[in-house]
Design a protein around this ligand. Sequence first.
Ligand code: KG4
Ligand code: ZN
Length: 340
Amino acid sequence: MPIRVLGIESSCDETSLAVVEDGWKVLSNVVSSQIALHERFGGVVPEIASRAHIEAIGPLLTEALDRSGCRLQDLDAISTTFAPGLQGALLVGLMTAKGLAWGLDVPLVGVHHLAAHIWANRMTHRDLPLPFLCLLVSGGHTEVVRVDGPEHFRSLARTRDDAVGEAYDKTARLLGLGYPGGPAIDRLATEGNPEAIAFPRASLADGLDMSFSGLKTAVRRLAERHVQAGMPIPIADVAASFQRAIVDVLADRMEKLADREGIEVLAVAGGVAANRELRTRLAALAESRGWTFVAPPIDLCTDNAAMIAGLGTELFRAGRVASLDLAAASRYPLDALAPT
Ligand code: KG4
Ligand code: ZN
């Protein structure tokens, strides 16, 4: 009998519901983005996000079921993001999941949003060997994670300040490119010279952690100098050089940590995993070292519920089901298992 699990995601500015079979076959994955609601504020407004999730979640549940060809009674478990994210936003998905699990009398599975982003690699490359090393890069997180199984994620290095996506978004705002900034800079970078400006590549003396706030400041100073001198900001060159500096640091950390851990399988996850230069560079690194590199398809890189149901299925299989007391947590360590 196939296992069918519903996934619910509402941790930030996307409401998503999905039905996944046997942990990898995506029967439906519907996503409603709130970007248009938050755009004019230049970032996600938590109260607006919570309200929009409440309005979207019911119709999306119906749509996800319709598209999957499943009825509520066909579901074996309900999985939902319980952390990390915006507390009010998380609660909308979590309460919906609890109501469904209780009403249908099926298990509730709490899924860590970041672990699910990472697991999207194993969902789409089912023969991916374990352990693998995953670069997790999103709007709120930048870390290198060792994955030994669906219940075993260990963070090996992280940013000390800005997340990469945050650096992209702030820099894009400074350059007048709008929100979200990642895709805009990614596009513009193809028109500029990545070696035009020598932006700093912060190397922290003690270990393999990363820092991106200095880079952001360097872009701001450069922009200010141009404005003061009455010169136009060479935005394509800035975008290309900024992106090169980031990709250099990320690829360097992946290579060093893979060597240290003796791991020859690389993966990438999170919203910034959509970045073309980053993907190309990691693929080239893997090729030059005789390693493997995989990345999820773009629709499983951005926030979605299929990845929640994918990892949720593995946790369900392992018996890691949650009680109906499961609480939402705005922060929660990736290394810790979800409470049961
Ligand atoms: O994982 P995600 O969808 O949301 C969370 O942060 O959880 O990541 C969103 C981030 C934003 O900062 C956005 O600017 C960035 O991912 N992003 C990109 C690209 N597409 C999205 N950054 C660089 N290049 C891209 N192509
Ligand atoms: Zn995310």
